[in-house]
Every structure is written in structure tokens, then in C-alpha cells.
Design a protein around this ligand. Structure first.
Ligand code: BG6
Length: 284
């Protein structure tokens, strides 16, 4: 773990996956939030300088998990409770087929049942490879009634300069434009650049998307998804950045959220069933 992260977080709050080849990952048990993924000297993820670590507020940056609701929620906090609950270590980091793997878990409790009366167990398996990171999310319905949910991996990529970043793989897809009252449009561009406040849900996405201009040194990352048909593209831009207490005024220039999820319609899971979702981020 970098010295800065060591000073910021007590060891009891984080799990560190270290490969010994310059590839390290730090995950906070609060929200199972991946805080940092260092790949041979390059930090891939954005973590705001103003992020709040009070075990109450969702962490601004890294990869928080959204479950059981994406967006505003009438029963509980925006983007659900998974990103603001403390997760358990189901199995600590160990080497498996030349990856470092650990698993975190979260089950329903009194607090979750008060806002959302269902029983579940979530497993989050984090697998750190030499140039890739695989995040597997398993949802088990452990109760006796079915429930609906939406879910997403809210990945904040670090960009050297947002004006040099782009996303490919979204051409011809329909997106919901959340900054234009949810109007639906078709993406015409092969390379989607971000010149202003963007908050879009691209639907029926292919399972491979490329984000260009990631890290201060401008690398490309392939996002490979399983069971995540939607990709949310979000950057608050200057005015919204200023209005956010846990985000620096100029940080919109150095971040880009590309979020794989199942959000444009809900998923239904029957009693006793298990569903699997995943994304693999690979440095190209
Ligand atoms: C994105 C949403 O996924 O998350 C945006 O599409 C939202 O609408 C953004 O503003 C950040 O949400 P929050 O709750 O972390 O501030």
C-alpha cells in the first residue's frame, strides 16, 4: 500500500492484495470499495482528494458497489445500501492460479430489512492479475420471497486529462440522457469524448468496451462484462463539481466514470436463486 493510503486508513478497515510485481490493490471494507489499483507504477482509479471516510458517506472514488437500487431510492439512500455497509472478509487474500484472490460478503441485517425487507447474501470476489482486475458479484436470495434489484460497479477511472479520454464500443447504442430529462438518443460516435456534464445510461451494450486515456500516463483499459447490459458514463463537469462537498473543483478533469451495471430495468431473483455478474478490467 502506498504511504499516503497507509496513513489514511487503519489496517483493520482495509484488505490489501499485493502481487509483489508492482501490482497492488487496496479495498476498504466500508462499501467493499476498491480504493486503489496500482498496475506497475500506474494508478488506474480516481480517488478524490476530498473523499470522506467517516463510515457513513459513500466513498467518492475507486469502485463502490451499487445494490439494490441504482439512483434515487424511495426506501433508502441513493444507489442503495451496499456501498455504505461494512462488509466481512469471507476469505482473505491468497494466491490462486497466479492471481491474488479475496472474497468479501454482506448479508441482510436489521438495518437493511428495515428499509428493504428481503434476505440476501452478497459475495464480492476480487481477483488481481498481472495486468487485470476481475470483480465478481454474486447475489443469493436467501429468503422465501422473490425480489427485484438493480446493481452496478461504479468505476471511477483516473484520467491524465479528460479532453484526451474517450470510450469506444458504444456506437449505435441507445442511451438515456439523464441530464436531458431522460430523453433517449442514439450514439453516433465511434469514440465518445466527454466535453461537458455527462450522465448517460447506454443500453444493450456489447460485453467489451474500451476506455482510452486512463491513468496520468494515458493507457487504455478493456472492460469485459458478464451479465451487465448497461454502461453508465458520468462526469459532473465544472459546475456540479463545485457543488459537491467531497469532490475537488477541478477534479472533473482527471476522472471519468464508466460503470458497468444492470440498471435500465430491474432484475428479478427468485427465492433460493443465485445470480452472477462480473467485470474484468485489463490494461492494454
Ligand atoms: C452516477 C449517476 O452513476 O452516479 C449520477 O448516473 C450520479 O446520476 C453519480 O450523480 C454520483 O452519485 P453519488 O450518489 O455517488 O453522488
Amino acid at each position: 500500500m502506498s504511504e499516503i493510503l497507509e496513513k489514511r486508513f487503519p489496517a483493520a478497515d482495509t484488505v490489501v492484495l499485493s502481487r509483489g510485481d508492482g501490482c497492488n490493490l487496496v479495498v476498504h471494507l466500508f462499501g467493499a470499495t476498491v480504493l486503489s489499483w496500482e498496475n506497475r507504477g500506474k494508478e488506474i482509479l480516481f480517488l478524490s482528494e476530498n473523499a470522506v471516510f467517516n463510515n457513513k458517506k459513500a466513498i467518492r472514488g475507486g469502485i463502490p458497489i451499487v445494490f439494490p437500487c441504482f439512483g434515487p431510492w424511495d426506501k433508502g439512500p441513493q444507489h442503495g445500501f451496499a456501498r455504505i455497509k461494512r462488509w466481512q472478509v469471507e476469505s482473505p487474500p491468497k494466491e490462486e492460479d497466479s492471481n491474488i484472490v479475496c472474497c468479501l460478503s454482506l448479508s441482510d441485517d436489521e438495518e437493511t430489512r428495515q428499509m428493504w425487507d428481503y434476505q440476501f447474501k452478497l459475495l464480492y470476489t476480487i481477483q488481481l492479475g498481472a495486468s487485470s482486475l476481475t470483480l465478481k458479484f454474486t447475489i443469493q436470495n436467501t429468503g422465501n420471497k422473490e425480489f427485484d434489484f438493480t446493481t452496478l460497479m461504479h468505476t471511477y477511472f483516473r484520467t491524465g486529462d479528460i479532453s484526451h479520454a474517450s470510450i469506444s464500443g458504444l456506437e449505435q447504442l441507445t442511451y438515456i440522457d439523464k441530464v436531458s430529462d431522460g430523453k433517449e438518443e442514439v450514439e453516433k460516435r465511434e469514440f465518445v469524448v466527454i466535453p461537458e456534464n455527462y450522465d448517460r445510461v447506454y443500453k444493450n451494450c456489447p460485453s467489451e468496451i474500451i476506455v482510452k486515456g486512463v491513468t496520468e500516463k494515458s493507457g487504455d483499459v478493456l472492460i469485459k462484462t458478464h451479465n451487465f447490459p448497461d454502461i453508465v458514463v458520468w462526469n459532473p463537469w465544472a459546475d456540479k463539481a463545485k457543488a459537491m462537498g467531497d469532490f475537488g473543483d477541478d477534479e472533473y478533469k482527471t476522472m471519468l466514470c464508466v460503470e458497468a451495471g444492470y440498471v435500465s430495468k430491474p432484475v428479478t431473483i427468485g427465492s433460493g436463486s443465485v445470480l452472477h455478474f462480473s467485470q474484468t478490467l485489463s490494461m492494454l
